[in-house]
Design a protein around this ligand. Sequence first.
Ligand SMILES: NC(=O)c1ccc[n+]([C@@H]2O[C@H](COP(=O)([O-])OP(=O)(O)OC[C@H]3O[C@@H](n4cnc5c(N)ncnc54)[C@H](OP(=O)(O)O)[C@@H]3O)[C@@H](O)[C@H]2O)c1
Length: 377
Amino acid sequence: MASLPTTHRALVLTDKSLPLAVKTLPTPTAIHGSAVVEIFSAGVLSYHREVYNGAESHAHYSLPTPLVTGMSGIGRIAALGPDATALQPGQLVFVDCMIRARDDPETAFLLAIHDSGTPGSRKLARDVWRDGTFAEYARVPLENCVPLDEKRLCGELGYDVHDLMYMDYLIVPFGGLRDIGLEPGETVVVSPATGGYGGAAVMVAVAMGARVIAMGRNEAELARLKKHVLSGSPSASIETVKITGDETADAESLKAFGAIDAAIDFTPPKGASSSHVKSVVRAIRKGGRISLMGLNENPIVPWLVVSKNISLKGKLMYEREDLVSFAKMLKTGLFPRGKHLVDTKIFSLEDWKECLDVAAEHTGIGRRVVFSPKSSV
Ligand SMILES: NC(=O)c1ccc[n+]([C@@H]2O[C@H](COP(=O)([O-])OP(=O)(O)OC[C@H]3O[C@@H](n4cnc5c(N)ncnc54)[C@H](OP(=O)(O)O)[C@@H]3O)[C@@H](O)[C@H]2O)c1
């Protein structure tokens, strides 16, 4: 393995009251339990800008500062701690931002995004896993490196690493849909489907062999969603239903497509008063399962949940096994490729301001923004 350079470039948050800055820092070294990954692509969220600029709306995203910004990424193993047994130098890996305490399954946090606020997660975010992936090199836990079959994915299937980065969106609804045991052939409602994670949920449900009913307020975006899915998966079974705000009428619109087995919801806080989850509860069959992944505090017609034996499951992100399964699914070729999967906009670290601004706008199904800290793969 080539030796690491002594320094590298990283996008640093010194304090939420100050602008980000690209700085030259000492390159991290591999200690026990860690890998140093050379980062080729790092995913940018639609609200990354607000997490780092001190916006009131995202004040609850507590973080230790200073830190290297970032979240999940894709790169090549550049150095391994002495206790690595399976990972190999040079291997292409997905770097998962979900850091879990090794001695407490209940302690977890999002790398360089949110320290989760518990004493244990705060300690890990502050003292051990502080720095993220908006950098040429990142030190991450060994178990957060999920190998990607480069020969198959980038060779035979022709995926670009930046397009593969869309997997950090896709993996989230995969976690929720697996959690409620979605089966091929089942009908699943995705609501609202016009956002980043909702759109990803539609693509994942189609790849899992389900029939999808996508709900949303914006008819033009629903039409774009359907077109995007059918462009990459012409035989997909996909319907759309507009959220009108009329709970029973929207339930009837859903029922028009026959028995509904399952649903997944990504309603953000600002949509908490929307009636669409209640419509889903009205429309779903007896024994239906609903994965709740958004932050929706709306009561969900409790008497119908009881009388119809509906299972409601909250889900934060996904488990590590979900990631491993997802990587297998990807390499079987179940997802579309190229622009049929995702339109990715790529930025250098130096162009961070434009990158974060574009990320806030370039959202919805098949849209992704990434940093490319290292230009060559
Ligand atoms: N559980 C987890 O692990 C997990 C992981 C990631 C994200 N999330 C959560 O998922 C939610 C969505 O995230 P995102 O990044 O996909 O957001 P996003 O891209 O901003 O999408 C927001 C979606 O909500 C819809 N919406 C907004 N206000 C609405 C209203 N009043 N009534 C009905 N629909 C409304 C939008 O529809 P329009 O197109 O009509 O505006 C859009 O479809 C957030 O709460 C986020 O925290 C959870």
